[in-house]
Design a binder for this molecule. Structure first.
Ligand code: SF4
Length: 245
């Protein structure tokens, strides 16, 4: 059952919340805006706003759901944040192994810690591992991801804020692309998008276009829903072969 508005997943699971900015893609972080709102509402976990915080009481949440579900882990944080402990990650991956009916999408901008963690551990089969690549400056994250033995490796090219140039998509199974939304959104040049789409087609990688965001395909600023998610009148929202949503 879909319980989140995030297009490319079914549900979210946030055993930690809060974060700190690491690269240009973080500038208008949606999680930060949400955290400040939740803090104002007095929501648990957000007492210190966007400060990183581990919430052990949420660990068992996926165990309560029997229906196979695709979870995006930490829509409100980065699982490999500097203050995340390997001890807590061990507990979290134990839950993941104990719930094989689910798939878990884990996305990070902290590829070095991701690599360090999995240097001595196996990635469970029901985990999809991804890195964010918002522009060419952080393409090294892809090479680090490729070194980790995961059944599904993916890239989130969102918000696409610069031309990523040539992409080596060897051993990458899925690419998500999206333009930025919000009042201060940076413009996504349609040629950057088409560059990624063409390379996914040429290298036979599943391509998922999430949205244009605040700036439409015509370069005009408007509501993101009005700008839609079509490229030349077509929707491109493929998933990796192993799973069909
Ligand atoms: S890594 Fe993700 S959650 Fe953390 S600040 Fe950047 S965009 Fe926000």
């Amino acid at each position: 059952m879909k319980t989140t508005k995030i297009e490319w997943t079914e549900a979210t699971w946030n055993p930690s919340v809060g974060c700190t900015k690491v690269s240009a893609g973080c500038k208008n972080c949606y999680a930060e805006v949400m955290a400040r709102r939740l803090q104002a509402m007095g929501a648990h976990g957000y007492e210190n706003g966007f400060e990183f915080c581990i919430l052990p009481e949420r660990l068992k949440q996926p165990c309560l759901i029997k229906k196979p579900t695709i979870f995006f882990v930490n829509s409100m944080s980065d699982l490999f944040h500097e203050n995340m402990t390997f001890d807590f990650l061990d507990k979290l991956f134990k839950i993941i192994i104990e719930t094989p009916q689910h798939h878990y999408q884990i996305l990070t901008k902290r590829e070095k810690k991701l690599k360090r963690y999995f240097a001595t551990r196996d990635v469970p089969n029901n985990v999809w591992l991804g890195v964010t690549v918002e522009n060419a400056d952080v393409k090294d994250r892809i090479d680090v991801l490729r070194e980790i033995n995961a059944s599904i490796r993916f890239l989130s090219i969102e918000p696409l804020i610069g031309d990523v140039g040539i992409l080596d998509l060897t051993d990458i199974h899925w690419v998500i692309v999206g333009g930025e939304s919000g009042a201060n959104a940076r413009k996504m040049d349609p040629t950057w998008l088409h560059n990624v789409q063409c390379q996914c087609e040429a290298q036979n990688v599943a391509f998922f276009f999430k949205q244009w965001g605040t700036w439409g395909s015509d370069g005009k600023k408007r509501n993101k829903h009005a700008n839609g998610k079509e490229i030349n009148g077509k929707i491109y929202q493929s998933y990796p072969n192993a799973v069909m949503v």
